[in-house]
Design a protein around this ligand. Structure first.
Ligand code: M6R
Length: 614
């Protein structure tokens, strides 16, 4: 949901021209939004701002405008996912004040921008765009008239805006500084020698430094080439030195590494991501702390959005199966209804790969207000959701750049399975040795994911030729397989733009089967569980009788093999690994279908990787 990058440097101290660093950072951030982009730089004479921006993809804009060729040592850049104001050249960021001396980029939403704009217009300010962001440079310009410094004016401006924001600002008034502020939208500072950086996420700056400071909510400040100043708005300076982290992600993690798209790289990376996550979980005291909270809980809720919700649903089914304890799953944006019923003895688990999804964060805060305890499951260390939780469990998938979640889903289900097993062991749902056995099975996850990918990739590719000609599909399963089927359907929808509906297969006869006609594709997720397989037999037969083409994602020894028109063969292993063995073939099918249709799977239309607006 918009990406921000900033570089402030001493001449001759950066590995590339600073504008090239900004351009490369923008390319890395493009997954966050890609309808328009822009760069502002303080020109070398320091008395003029250069602002280049426009509608379109970053590489096209680079050819047209030459972002990477700008001279200057203080620069900010932005890639946009439109909220207020249609994507066009004028609404693209950066936005400037009336004098053209202040330029601002912003990720988030300024909720009170209408009132602010009205009062600024009355004072004579002239607005050019339809964005909420444009109020910020005008506010700073206005406050600067009565402030002792630009920073004071910036601070006063930030104090009057309401909403969510990560903001970066440059100005000719103080040319060697990038000012920033953060609330509810991510922002990190990168520390280097002779230059410093600012960005929406770590992969954007990983090429230049591993030393980062995660900016917290309510913090504002500025960076120069060799200093950092951070303060808590209204509470004075922050001792940031203790917060410097050395990131262990490799640069390779943040690049395509020779693959045509991040998505395929990330699908194929799943064995490694699962290995790292398993290794981390088996040593993480957070799991024990989380189990302690769960054991004391009166009720357990779990919430998330999109793919993370499917992982959450899986957890809720698993916990009721293994521990016999009900878990209430809900879609994060619906939090109000659920928070209404929560109290101090309840626990909410919030699952979010980015740790920044605003719906999930709002759910967390609503439950927190009612004194519930919070457990986070996230892929991004120190992001907002884990930070605001009582306990944080991390997946170790590495950065996920493709908009479609892949490796973060399988690693989330691994972490949540580990949690469910550890919980069930303590409630008596599982004996110690049963729990130990299941953990051993989880240890096989990386290998089983690898076998599944190897067995199915070329079939999924062949099948995509046919799938690309379709407009509607069903993704069905039963029991533990349902969230996995839902995830398969979401992949096809979001990147191949094919309508894919998913529901528990028993529902077909209550309505959806009316749509089925000859050649209608129905993808069945078939877990390795004889009871479920028997139940699915009837569901497959009723679809076949209407001429549907049955695509089975099923293990090698399934009793349903003679029912399948197309078989994506997964390894025969315990049903608890169903998300890990059965999701990759469906990810591959979606990926190759999107490619076949000529779409860019990394940047699906209308979507952004992290949704930081409600
Ligand atoms: O970062 P989060 O896990 O909180 O993100 C939640 C969803 O926005 C995300 O899973 C989304 O559904 C993906 N595009 C799915 O591929």
């Amino acid at each position: 949901m918009c990406g921000i990058i900033g570089v402030v440097a001493l001449p001759g101290r950066t590995p590339y021209r600073p504008s090239l660093m900004v351009y490369r950072g923008l390319l890395r951030l493009e997954y966050r939004g890609y309808d328009s982009a822009g760069v502002a730089a303080v020109a070398p004479g320091r008395d003029k701002l250069i602002v280049l921006k426009g509608k379109g993809k970053i590489e096209e804009l680079e050819k047209k405008l030459g972002f990477s060729q700008i001279d200057g040592f203080t620069l900010i850049g932005h890639t946009r996912w439109a909220t207020h104001g249609v994507p066009n050249d004028i609404n693209a960021h950066p936005h400037t004040d009336c004098t053209g001396r202040i330029a601002v980029v912003h990720n988030g939403i300024i909720q009170n921008y209408r009132e602010l704009k009205e009062s600024l217009v009355k004072k004579g300010h002239v607005f050019r765009s339809d964005t909420d962001t444009e109020v910020i440079p005008h506010l700073v310009e206005e406050f600067y008239k009565t402030s002792s410094s630009l920073y004071e004016a910036f601070r006063r401006a930030i104090s009057v805006i309401e909403g969510s924001y990560a903001i970066a600002m440059v100005s000719t008034i103080e040319p060697g500084k990038i000012f920033f502020a953060k609330k509810d939208s991510p922002l990190v500072i990168g520390l280097a020698d002779g230059f410093n950086l600012l960005a929406s996420d770590i992969p954007a700056i990983l090429e230049y430094t591993r030393r980062v400071i995660i900016v917290h909510d309510g913090e504002i400040g500025y960076i120069t080439p060799d200093t950092v100043y951070i303060e808590k708005l209204g509470a004075g300076p922050v001792a940031w030195e203790k917060r410097v982290r050395i990131v262990d992600w490799s640069l390779e993690d943040a690049t395509k590494g020779g693959y045509p798209h991040f998505m395929i790289k990330e699908i194929l990376e799943q064995p490694r991501a699962l290995q790292d996550t398993f290794f981390g979980l088996s040593r993480d005291p957070a799991v024990e702390e989380a189990v302690k909270l769960l054991l004391e809980a009166r009720r357990i809720y779990i919430t998330a959005a999109g793919t993370s919700f499917h992982a959450s649903l899986y957890y809720s089914l698993l916990t009721s199966t293994l521990a016999g304890i009900p878990v209430i799953p809900f879609i994060a944006s619906e939090y109000k209804i659920y928070a209404n019923t929560a109290g101090h003895r309840d626990v909410l688990i919030v699952v979010s790969q980015s740790g920044e999804t605003i719906d999930s964060l709002m759910a967390l805060r609503a439950f927190r207000e009612r004194d519930a305890k919070i457990i986070a499951v996230s892929n991004v260390i120190d992001s907002a959701i884990p930070r605001e939780s009582d306990v944080a469990i991390y997946t170790r998938a590495g950065p996920e750049i493709g908009v479609a979640a892949t490796k973060t889903f399988t690693t989330q289900t691994l972490a949540l399975s580990w949690l469910a097993i550890s919980h069930a062991e303590k409630t008596g749902g599982l004996t110690e040795s049963e729990a130990g056995e299941l953990r051993k099975i989880l240890e096989e996850a990386p290998r089983q994911a690898m076998v599944s990918i190897t067995n199915t990739e070329s079939y999924a590719k062949q099948l995509s030729e046919w799938m690309a000609t379709k407009t509607n599909t069903y993704y069905l399963s039963r029991g533990i397989g349902v969230p996995v089927a839902m995830e398969g359907a979401l992949k096809l929808k979001e990147i191949a733009y094919i309508h894919a509906e998913s529901y528990p297969a028993g529902e077909s006869k209550h309505g959806p089967i009316a749509l089925v006609e000859p050649e209608f594709p129905v993808v069945f997720t078939i877990p390795n569980d004889e009871e479920l397989e028997k139940l699915l037999l009837g569901n497959i037969k009723e679809m076949k009788a209407r001429g549907a083409v049955i695509i089975g994602v099923a293990h090698e020894k399934t009793i349903l093999s003679d029912q399948l028109d197309i078989w994506l063969k997964t390894p025969t292993t315990h049903w608890i690994l169903t998300p890990i063995t059965h999701t990759p073939p469906m990810q591959l099918l979606a990926y190759y279908t999107a490619v076949k249709k000529g779409y860019d799977p990394d940047k699906p239309r209308n979507l952004a990787k992290t949704v930081t607006v409600e």
